[in-house]
Design a protein around this ligand. Structure first.
Ligand code: PGA
Length: 236
């Protein structure tokens, strides 16, 4: 349901504005949404040919063709299966040796040149991060290189062969970049997110829980599955 609802919001946005600019997440939560968007492409011809996409983050130190990179994730789960134009896809480049400051500036300029992000989709980390804006991130932050929090590294660690291979830094859009999006769709799934979802949607707005910044945005839709919604009262 969460995935279908999210995909339908994206699909409706695309039908209303074929040149829609999307902000796209990775991780486990959006996998079903991508699968449903691919199905809508195949079954109904949902047209992405004029849409633009900006991914929210990428690990530092992985070449784009590394199987655990977010570049590879996006190709595997979405880009290879829909008719997005290659020149309309952008992901922060975290390849080894990259000038991360120049890349961060390039990314902010590219989003600006595209007219901003119309619909940004984001998950919530167990520690309250959004994209890779870890606790303590400024709400004014822009795209930059960040140190990953220990629990984020531990989570990523499960996907990598060894401790040494697991990334410790990333390039991420900032919270300011996220808040500039015209509309935000927040996805959370599973009982392990119930506590953080309640604090994010209902708790005190604080940089110690970065996702609470979403309370400052005028157009946020949260889609929660039942286990993730368990601790959050219905009325908004
Ligand atoms: P997940 O990650 O979708 O893998 O739970 C969410 C996040 O850390 O932003």
């Amino acid at each position: 349901m969460l995935s279908q609802q999210a995909a339908h919001i994206v699909g409706d946005g695309l039908k209303a504005n074929p040149e829609l600019t999307l902000g796209l997440p990775t991780g486990s939560t959006p996998l079903g949404m991508y699968a449903e968007l691919v199905r809508l492409r195949q079954a109904e011809g949902l047209d992405f040919s004029r849409a633009r996409t900006f991914n929210l983050d990428e690990y530092i130190g992985l070449p784009a063709d590394h199987p655990k990179s977010y570049h590879a994730y996006m190709r595997r789960h979405f880009f290879d299966h829909v008719n997005l134009a290659a020149e309309n896809i952008d992901i922060p480049n975290g390849a080894p040796g990259i000038d991360v400051d120049a890349e961060s500036e390039r990314y902010e300029r590219a989003i600006h040149a595209a007219g901003g992000i119309d619909l940004l989709i984001v998950g919530i980390g167990a520690n309250g991060h959004i994209a890779f804006n870890e606790p303590g991130s400024s709400f004014a932050s822009r795209t930059r290189v960040v140190n990953l929090a220990p629990d984020t590294i531990a989570n990523a660690r499960r996907l990598f062969e060894s401790e040494a291979e697991a990334p410790r830094t990333a390039i991420t859009v900032g919270i300011g970049t996220i808040l500039d999006a015209h509309r935000i769709l927040v996805l959370a799934s599973g009982a392990s997110k119930a506590g953080v979802v309640r604090r994010v949607l209902r708790g005190l707005v604080s940089e110690s829980l970065p996702a609470t910044a979403l309370q400052l945005h005028a157009d946020v839709t949260a889609i929660l599955d039942q286990p993730a919604a368990l601790d959050t009262p219905q009325s908004l």
